[in-house]
Every structure is written in structure tokens, then in C-alpha cells.
Design a protein around this ligand. Structure first.
Ligand SMILES: NC(=O)C1=CN([C@@H]2O[C@H](COP(=O)(O)OP(=O)(O)OC[C@H]3O[C@@H](n4cnc5c(N)ncnc54)[C@H](OP(=O)(O)O)[C@@H]3O)[C@@H](O)[C@H]2O)C=CC1
Ligand SMILES: O=C(O)C1=N[C@H](C(=O)O)C[C@H](O)C1
Length: 242
């Protein structure tokens, strides 16, 4: 049975992963005595899963490298310096980073990319996400993934196209941009809508997560897939079979 070490084990996702693991031929490594010790968690596990916070990533990656254990990173709000750390770690160990471990978002990314490519520049693209009141980062990691997919379909990058701050006298919408809007409230697990709008018609692609168990099962699936893989940076698409 594969033993999984969880970083962020007492959080919402950490608890959901611990609940999902036994039904998927996995067990959670370590006990309460190692919960604050990244190295002890890494030493006790076959594979690691991190759903914590960006500021903890460096220590968690260092522990994974020291123990030579693969790691799935679900933490969002990552900055370019965090991706540089992940790239460096992936030269020594297997690393899979994703802003969403659900099955549905993998498919939605492909649909968004294709729609953006086929519809062309007369269609405006807006992404709306809503999450629970305690979410730390905005836009969500998933909204950024969907934005990247839309930008790829448009033949550009999200860095070039994104608009996240609309307020005041903003004037007409610039063609070729991708708007991202974040709503926060209540206990919403995770809703994402991608709106394609042109004169007189509109297409909306929507994913709603009702239960964190979908993310937890995807994370455990990714961890079982990653265990034993050689060093490298892997994607959720690879886990789901392209
Ligand atoms: N990829 C995906 O599919 C999903 C990703 N996420 C992302 O996962 C992350 C966690 O989400 P969620 O479980 O809801 O958040 P929670 O706030 O419920 O849990 C975060 C956990 O991380 C720990 N933590 C926070 N800061 C640190 C730190 N500096 N060092 C060590 N541990 C720390 C917390 O411990 P303590 O309370 O003791 O500080 C807590 O146990 C977020 O980035 C979220 O966006 C969430 C859902 C799905
Ligand atoms: O913080 C959350 O809760 C979630 N975070 C991820 C994100 O930022 O996209 C995934 C999911 O939507 C829930």
C-alpha cells in the first residue's frame, strides 16, 4: 500500500485527502508527532502531497529533495519564484503541480482552448470564479489555468492578455484581452465560468465543484501515478491519460 505524506494535513484539503486515501489503496504516512516537521513527513512517506500555502513551498520542496520523494503540489497563489523552485526540484525528483486536481477541469481546459481558437477575435473571453470566504488567493489557480488555455487558443499568453482590475471609467473593452473576475462568499467549494461573447450571442462553459472530495481523489490519483516516476515536471493531463 502506498504511503502518502500530506503537507497542510489539518487544512480543508488535507482532511479531504486523508478521508479519500483509504478507499484508493493508499494510507497517510506519519502521525501527529511529525505534522510540523517537513523532513519527518517526507522520510515517512512514499510520495508527498502539498495543499498548504505558497510561503511553505520552499521548505516542503527542500524536504522532498532531501528525502528523494516525489511530490504533488496543489497549493495555488504561486508566483514566478515558486515555479522556479519547482523547476529546480524537478531536475532531482518527480514533481506534479496543478491548480486543480478534478477530472472536469482537465476537460474544460481543452474545450476552452479549442473554443478560443475556433471562435477567433470577434469573441470576447471573460472568466468568472467564485470561492468560499476563506480563500487566500485571487484569481484562483484554476481561473489562471483556464486563462492560459484561452490565451493559447488565441495564440497569445495570459500575461499579455489578462485584465483583472476593472473599476471607474474604464472605456470600451480592448479586443484580444481576457477578463478575470473573482467572487468570494459563503462556503462555495469552487465555481468557474468561461464566457465567450460576441454581438448577439454568448457561449458559457461552466464547472461547479460541489465537494472537495473531487479534488482529494484527483490528488491521491496523481500521487499514486507519480510514485516511482523519474525526476521531471509532470502535468495532470498525463495522469488523466492525455
Ligand atoms: N489544486 C487543487 O485542486 C486545489 C487547490 N487548493 C489549494 O490548496 C491550498 C490549501 O487549501 P485549503 O486546504 O482550503 O486551505 P486551509 O487554509 O484549510 O489549509 C491550509 C493548510 O496549510 C497549512 N499552512 C498554511 N501556511 C503554512 C505554512 N506557512 N507552513 C506550513 N503549513 C502551512 C495550514 O496549517 P495552519 O492552519 O496550522 O496554518 C493548513 O493546515 C490553497 O492554496 C488552495 O487554493 C484547494 C483546493 C483544490
Ligand atoms: O482554495 C480553494 O478552495 C480552491 N482552490 C483551487 C484554485 O485556486 O483554483 C481549486 C479549487 O477551485 C478550490
Amino acid at each position: 500500500m502506498t504511503s502518502i505524506g500530506i503537507y497542510g494535513s489539518l487544512g480543508r484539503m488535507g482532511q479531504a485527502i486523508a478521508a479519500a486515501a483509504p478507499g484508493m489503496s493508499a494510507r497517510v504516512a506519519g502521525g501527529a508527532d511529525v505534522k510540523d516537521d517537513p523532513l519527518a513527513i517526507a522520510a515517512a512517506a512514499d510520495v508527498l502531497i502539498d495543499f498548504s500555502a505558497p510561503q511553505a513551498l520552499e521548505a516542503h520542496l527542500a524536504a522532498a529533495r532531501a528525502a528523494r520523494k516525489p511530490i504533488v503540489i496543489g497549493t495555488t497563489g504561486l508566483l514566478p519564484q515558486h515555479h522556479a523552485l519547482i523547476d529546480a526540484a524537478a531536475r532531482e525528483i518527480a514533481v506534479l503541480q496543478t491548480g486543480n486536481t478534478s477530472l472536469g477541469i482537465g476537460l474544460l481546459q481543452r474545450l476552452v482552448r479549442e473554443a478560443a481558437a475556433r471562435l477567433g477575435p470577434d469573441w470576447d473571453i471573460e472568466i468568472v470564479e467564485m470561492h468560499h470566504r476563506n480563500k487566500a488567493d485571487a484569481p484562483s489557480g484554476t481561473a489562471l489555468m483556464l486563462g492560459n488555455a484561452a490565451a493559447a487558443g488565441m495564440g497569445t499568453t495570459l500575461a499579455e492578455a489578462e485584465v483583472t482590475d476593472r473599476a471607474g471609467t474604464i472605456g470600451p473593452r480592448s479586443s484580444g484581452t481576457i477578463g478575470l473576475a473573482s467572487l468570494r462568499g459563503g462556503s462555495v467549494v469552487g465555481d468557474h465560468s468561461v464566457v465567450f461573447a460576441t454581438n448577439g450571442e454568448r457561449i458559457e462553459l461552466i464547472h461547479r465543484a460541489d465537494d472537495r472530495a473531487i479534488f482529494a481523489r484527483g490528488a491521491v490519483k496523481a500521487a499514486l501515478w507519480l510514485a516511482g516516476k523519474p525526476a521531471g515536471r509532470y502535468t495532470m493531463d498525463q495522469v488523466l491519460g492525455e
